[in-house]
Structure formats: C-alpha cells, structure tokens
Design a protein around this ligand. Sequence first.
Ligand code: CA
Length: 233
Amino acid sequence: METKLQKILIVEDEQSIQKLIEFTLQQANFVTVLANDGEEAIEKVLDEQPDLIILDLMLPKIDGLEVCRMLRKQDIETPIIMLTAKGEEMDKIIGLEMGADDYMTKPFSPREVAARVRAVLRRTGEPKNTKEKKLIAGQLTVYPERMEVYLDNQPLEFTPKEFELLVYFMKNPHRVFTRDQLLQAVWNYDFAGDTRIVDVHVSHLRDKIEENTRKPRYIKTMRGVGYKFGEQN
Ligand code: CA
C-alpha cells in the first residue's frame, strides 16, 4: 500500500534558505513546493493544496503576516510555521495571533525544520480546540485572531499599527512603558526613532476608545515617562 506523501509549501525569498529547507524536507520524505513572494504563496496554496506552509515573515509584495491573515480570513486552515529573524519578536506574537501555528527564528538547523514540521502536522491533525482567544478590559473586547475590536459591543475600525499597539497594551496591563519601549515593541525600531509616532497613535486610540480623552480611562499618560494601559476607575 502506498502512503500519500505530505506536501510542504516553502515561502521564502532568500534562495539559500529556501534551498536548505527544500533539501532538508525532501530528505525527510516530504514533497516540496516553492514560492518566492507573498502573492505567489497565496496562488500556490490554492493550486497545490499543501499540507503545511513554511512562511517567511519578510517577503516581497505581500509580507508573511498579511499572507497568514488573508488565508485565515478565507477560512484556509492549513498549518503555518512562520520564519522570523532575530529582533522580530513582536511580529512573532502577532503572527501567532494571526493564526500561525508555530514559528522558527533564523538561523535554525536543518534538523529543527523537519522536527517542527512533523510536530505541527501531528498537533494540527488532532481535533482543534475551537475556543477563541479574546482580550477584555472594561467595555473593550479585542479578538486578536480576527483583528476585531468592540467597545460596548460596537465594532471599531483600527489601522494595523493602532491595532498592534492596543493588543500590546492589553496584553501588558498596568505596566508603564516608555515611548522608546513601545516604538521597539510595535514598530520594531531597535534604535532611537521618532517617538512622536507613538504619541500620534495613542492619540488616535484614545479618540476611538476613550469617552473623555482629557480624562482617559484606558490609556494613561505617565508624565515624563510614557504610557500605561489599564482600566482606570
Ligand atoms: Ca525574507
């Protein structure tokens, strides 16, 4: 009896890494399909129906997070392992919220690739826990996977960065952050960037979620320090 080989889609624009993963997975008895950018990735998912996707974060045309989000939005549940580079920790968290099943940080060993693929295939082959993750503070409810925010059960519109900032705040309540820390966590700037971008986004968030922006209930200004999220009574 012939067993069907499992097909892995490798989405990576760096040729050397793409080849390394391809070779490793073929050695481990997987069938491989390649894509070089985000657009091609989505085409190949639809055409090739892979059993698992290895998805690099930084890609030409459509980045990995967006690919992930688009697939999940279309109810495509193919397991995804995200590839991130060092220093992309925040994206990694968002990636898992967007519906990725696992992640690997570059550089990784060939042995790790095959092991992770097997582990994710095994795990996702099991019945899913359908309980949806949500974050709640006061009248605010956020569904990270669906990228939806509700205030008093009314849906609110956010830009991706506003959303990331809000999720970051909600995951770290009652913690004081400097503007630089927020810049690094949400914008991935590991140098002293222009922190006004943080203030602008906080101001937009407040316009949307605060009843009285002069006396914010959720995002408090810590004078001379930065910001703190937490439901203030
Ligand atoms: Ca890349």
